[in-house]
Design a protein around this ligand. Structure first.
Ligand SMILES: Nc1nc2c(ncn2[C@@H]2O[C@H](COP(=O)(O)OP(=O)(O)OP(=O)(O)O)[C@@H](O)[C@H]2O)c(=O)[nH]1
Ligand SMILES: [Mg+2]
Length: 437
């Protein structure tokens, strides 16, 4: 970034304050392109950047976007991020929440991503936490985990394709969680769009009220401005209490090479501040919160989170196995009712993974642990093969999931591995006790 732009940014911040300027496209550029500015924000008093205590529960909405694959979830997320000035609308944003290399190469979402947005509606400022979810069935565990941190969801239906398999499956996931579901018809700009047919399908399959269904085009931006008012008016706000002792649900985690394990928390009750000592119910370990903040869209420290808010924490977890998806965090010496957590994922396809060079076993072991931190649906067991040596038997939700995991190991951890043919476990019942040759 040029010195002149830096200077102008600094001047605007000093004139108007950081918080009010955060949505400015130019300051967005400062965040995108200047590492030093981000560091300065981090180094300064973080609560000055975004004033989270000023958002009571009634001004918060936590929602996700669910749909069948390719119905336009990530494209809709782009438009909402632009609308709320979370990212600059200059230039073309294409599925910005698909941050992984594998997602960009394949054009699909494999990882649910959380992002916090600020939006003014009828004179009030709202904090909206959005989770973009994958549509492919192999990543449905990501969807079910994400829904636990939401009170509502946008059920997106492609107006040309109508309802498809994962529309139904994801609808029932959201319905089972008791979320408020708003149906939205997307891609109405397509020549082959048949909105009337899709509306009839939504009505008959889900019995949702479609009298005022939103009809949008996430790609061209038609009617995008109707989405957030509908979210605010129709979806319930989080029900937790700021007065109660702090407790939060750990619903996602990843490994950062500089700070170690980063956990995403949905705060159910109470207040969490930087420096607080917290306790993990699952690992029976205490931690000190060294950083707390929100995804906006990258990590922005706020020093504070309270009931109903969703954000990340860094608490000096040493090993990847300490972050247990579905864990309850609470303050030391307080008794809270533990949150229900999640059902473990049911692996469908199994494959052996072995290092090409047997000396890489330890390194690969560490890398598999780090990657499973970001993908809790993979089951891991050690295995030894006469031909290939020491390795692992990994369980996946499907063959695409397996292939994506392999590619992530190679892309993100430079792994050099052999993957065996996938197999599906089955149980056979013999009619005869013995079969003779
Ligand atoms: N014509 C048209 N194309 C759209 C619209 N919304 C999304 N698309 C296109 O549909 C394709 C899939 O969009 P994505 O946003 O990646 O879909 P997704 O639901 O996030 O896909 P997964 O996350 O992989 O399930 C892309 O080529 C988009 O450009 C729309 O409103 N109109
Ligand atoms: Mg997507």
């Amino acid at each position: 970034m040029t010195t002149q732009l830096q200077h102008t940014c600094r001047r605007m911040v000093s004139l108007y304050g950081r918080q009010r300027l955060y949505g400015y496209p130019m300051l967005q550029q400062c965040r995108w392109f200047s590492k030093s500015t981000t560091e300065k924000v981090k180094a300064g008093d973080p609560t000055k950047v975004i004033d989270l205590p000023s958002f009571p529960a009634e001004n918060i909405r936590n929602f996700s976007i669910i749909a069948h694959i390719d119905h336009g979830k990530s494209t809709l997320a782009d438009r909402l991020l632009e609308l709320t000035n979370t990212i600059s609308s200059r230039g073309s944003n294409k599925q910005v929440l698909d941050k992984l290399k594998v997602e960009r190469e394949r054009g699909i979402t494999v990882k649910a991503q959380t992002v916090s947005m600020f939006y003014k509606y009828k004179g009030k400022e709202y904090l909206l936490n959005l989770i973009d979810t994958p549509g492919h069935v192999d990543f449905s565990y990501e969807v079910s985990r994400s829904l636990a941190a939401c009170q509502g969801t946008l059920l997106l239906v492609d107006a040309a394709q109508g309802i498809q398999a994962q529309t139904v499956a994801n609808f029932y996931l959201a319905f089972g969680e008791g979320l408020h579901i708003i149906p939205v018809l997307n891609k109405i700009d397509l020549p082959g769009a048949e909105p009337e047919r899709a509306i009839k399908q939504i009505q008959s399959a889900f019995e949702l009220d479609t009298s005022s269904i939103l009809q949008i085009s996430a790609k061209s931006g038609i009617n995008i401005d109707q989405i957030l008012p509908s979210v605010i008016e129709n979806m319930p706000c989080p029900s937790g209490s700021i007065q109660k002792p702090f407790r939060a649900l750990l619903f996602d985690s990843w490994y950062d090479k500089y700070v170690g394990v980063v956990c995403m928390l949905g705060v159910v009750d109470g207040v969490l501040r930087k420096g607080d000592k917290v306790y993990s119910a699952h690992s029976d370990t205490k931690y000190e919160i060294t950083e707390v903040g929100i995804m906006h869209p990258e990590q922005v420290p706020t020093g504070y989170l309270h009931a109903g808010q969703v954000g990340y924490v860094v608490c000096g977890m040493k090993s990847a196995s300490e972050a247990h998806i579905g864990d309850t965090f609470h303050h030391l010496n307080t008794k809270v009712e533990l949150l229900p957590g999640f059902q473990p994922a049911q692996s469908m396809v199994f494959a052996g993974i072995f290092p090409v060079d047997t000396n890489d076993f330890r390194k690969l072991d560490e890398n598999i642990k780090k990657l499973t931190l970001n993908d809790a649906s993979v089951s891991v067991h050690k295995e030894t093969s006469n031909a290939l040596g020491q390795g692992w038997r990994l369980g996946f939700l499907g063959t695409l999931h397996m292939d994506v995991f392999r590619q992530r190991l190679e892309n993100e951890y430079d792994a050099n591995i052999i993957v065996t043919q996938p197999t599906v476990p089955y149980r056979g019942k013999m009619r005869e006790k013995r079969i003779d040759d």
